[in-house]
Design a protein around this ligand. Structure first.
Ligand SMILES: Cc1cn([C@H]2C[C@H](O)[C@@H](COP(=O)(O)OP(=O)(O)O[C@H]3O[C@H](C)C(=O)[C@H](O)[C@H]3O)O2)c(=O)[nH]c1=O
Length: 182
């Protein structure tokens, strides 16, 4: 697997080495020794999996300190538009996001460290899997609106299916007004 920097500080695009033969294909989706050799010391403590029908948008979610979660995200089957948004006021890419098209065929993954909001849109019916560096903590859950006009995220989804909970999330400028006016 190879690790690639992105437009966001500390967010990595990871491309697995895929071994294909007459039966199909195989790839390692995570290897602690490979990560250690890359200088990455993240420790994953929880794996999550969700299925989303085409048109579903989940997010933008994060857990507040001290329960932040880094996430190693990938698509097992299907295709999604995945988003990482930098919420670290001291980061040079604070307030910036990047979109990654992830699919089951390429096995491409994105590592999103603690301090980011995460969300995705299912471009097809999709099974989504992610490893987390922190445990789920409902009381620490936070989020931002998927359709925030300030962010103007080009989700490329008509008639999105969004949970009631996500429809009620705050806007970026309401949550980070102090950091934006520094
Ligand atoms: C996240 C989570 C949820 N749950 C329970 C709580 C609810 O009863 C049910 C569905 O939860 P929710 O609607 O928050 O699921 P998503 O909308 O997919 O949330 C996730 O979506 C975005 C894309 C993320 O990056 C986060 O990891 C996570 O917030 O699963 C658990 O039991 N453990 C968990 O770790």
């Amino acid at each position: 697997m190879t690790f690639h920097e992105t437009s966001l500080r500390d967010v990595l695009l990871i491309r697995p080495a895929i071994f294909t033969d007459e039966r199909g294909h195989f790839f390692e989706s995570f290897n602690a020794e490979v990560w250690r050799k890359q200088g990455l010391t993240n420790h994953f403590v929880q794996d999550n999996q969700s299925f989303s029908k085409k048109g579903v948008i989940r997010g933008l979610h994060f857990q507040s300190a001290p329960y932040e979660q880094g996430k190693l995200v990938r698509v097992i089957k299907g295709r999604v538009l995945d988003l990482a948004l930098d919420l670290r006021p001291q980061s040079p890419t604070f307030g910036q996001y990047e979109l990654f098209e992830l699919d089951g065929e390429s096995g491409n993954m994105v590592f999103i460290p603690e301090g980011f909001a995460h969300g995705f849109a299912a471009l097809e019916d999709s099974i989504f899997h992610y490893k987390c560096t922190g445990q789920y903590n409902k009381a620490a859950e936070g989020g931002l609106r998927w359709d925030d006009p300030y962010l103007a995220i080009p989700w490329n989804v008509t008639n999105p299916i969004v949970s009631e909970k996500d429809q009620l999330l705050p806007l970026f400028q309401d949550l980070f007004k102090e950091s934006l006016h520094q």
